[in-house]
Design a protein around this ligand. Structure first.
Ligand code: PGA
Length: 244
C-alpha cells in the first residue's frame, strides 16, 4: 500500500478528487465503487466543484455503492441512495442508468445481493474503489468478526456502527436498521485500485492497526495490506500514530 499524509482533511479531499478526475480522464468509462459516511463528503464536494469547472466528466462512468440499509427505501431520507443523490449524483453528469445500488427493500435480499455482485461482473469489475473506514476497522459494512464474507451479502450491523449512523435516522441509534447489504471483502479486494480515505484523530488507532498490524478478520481493513494497489489518503490526525 502507499500512504500519503496531508495537513488537513480538505487537502485530503482535494487530492482524492483530483485522483478520481485524473482516472476519469484516462478512462472515461471508469467503473467506480463509492462510499458514504462523513469522511467522503468533502471529497464529493470537491468532485462537484471539479465537475462544474469542466474537469471531472462522469458521462460514460458507472458507479456502484458499497452498501445500503435493509428495509430502507431508496427515497427514505436516511438511505445511502439519498445521501449519494445529495452529495454527488444530483450535481454531476453520471447517467442514471449507470448508477448501481443495492435495493434494501428487495423482496429477496439474498437474491438482491447476488444480482448486485453479478452486475459488477457484467460491468467488467470495479476499476477504482473509494473507501472510508469505520472506527472499528470495517470497510463497507464488513464488520469485525471470526470470519468475513467474500461476496455481496446481508450483514448484521455492530452496535457501534448503528450509533455512528444515527444522524441519518433522527439522531436515534434505535431507529438505525439492524441489517444492511454490503459488498463483501472479495468484491472490494477485486477492485483494480483502492483509495482509502481517513481523517481525524478518531481514526488514528485503527489506521495504525490497519497499516502495521496483522491481517485479521478482527480488523477487516487490514486485508488491504494484501492488495497490490491500495492507496491511503490520510490527514495528519489520522496518521498521527504511524511512524514513517
Ligand atoms: P465515517 O464512516 O466516514 O462517517 O467516519 C466511515 C465508515 O464507517 O466507513
Amino acid at each position: 500500500m502507499t500512504i500519503e499524509v496531508f495537513d488537513t482533511a480538505d487537502d485530503v479531499a482535494r487530492a482524492v478528487a483530483a485522483r478520481v478526475a485524473d482516472a476519469l480522464a484516462a478512462r472515461p468509462s471508469l467503473v467506480l465503487g463509492l462510499p458514504t459516511g462523513r469522511t467522503p463528503i468533502a471529497t464529493y464536494a470537491e468532485l462537484r466543484r471539479l465537475h462544474g469547472a469542466g474537469r471531472a466528466d462522469f458521462s460514460r462512468a458507472s458507479t456502484f455503492n458499497l452498501d445500503e440499509f435493509a428495509g430502507v427505501a431508496a427515497s427514505h431520507p436516511g438511505s445511502f441512495r439519498t445521501f449519494m443523490n445529495t452529495h454527488l449524483f444530483e450535481s454531476v453528469n453520471v447517467a442514471p442508468d449507470r448508477i448501481h445500488f443495492l435495493n434494501g427493500t428487495a423482496p429477496d435480499l439474498d437474491a438482491e445481493c447476488a444480482r448486485f455482485e453479478a452486475e459488477i461482473g457484467d460491468a467488467g469489475g470495479l476499476d477504482l474503489q473509494i473507501l472510508g473506514i469505520g472506527g472499528n476497522g470495517h470497510i463497507g459494512f464488513n464488520e469485525p468478526g471470526e470470519e468475513l464474507v467474500a461476496a455481496t451479502h446481508r450483514v448484521t450491523l455492530a452496535d457501534s456502527t448503528r450509533r455512528d449512523n444515527a444522524a441519518l435516522f433522527g439522531g436515534n441509534p434505535a431507529q438505525v436498521p439492524r441489517e444492511a447489504l454490503s459488498m463483501g471483502m472479495g468484491t472490494i479486494l477485486k477492485a483494480a485500485t483502492i483509495l482509502l480515505i481517513a481523517t481525524g484523530e478518531r481514526k488514528a488507532h485503527c489506521i495504525e492497526r490497519t497499516v502495521r498490524g496483522p491481517v485479521t478478520t478482527r480488523l477487516p481493513a487490514s486485508f488491504l495490506q494484501l492488495h497490490p494497489r491500495a492507496e491511503f489518503y490520510l490527514d495528519r490526525a489520522a496518521a498521527s500514530r504511524l511512524r514513517t
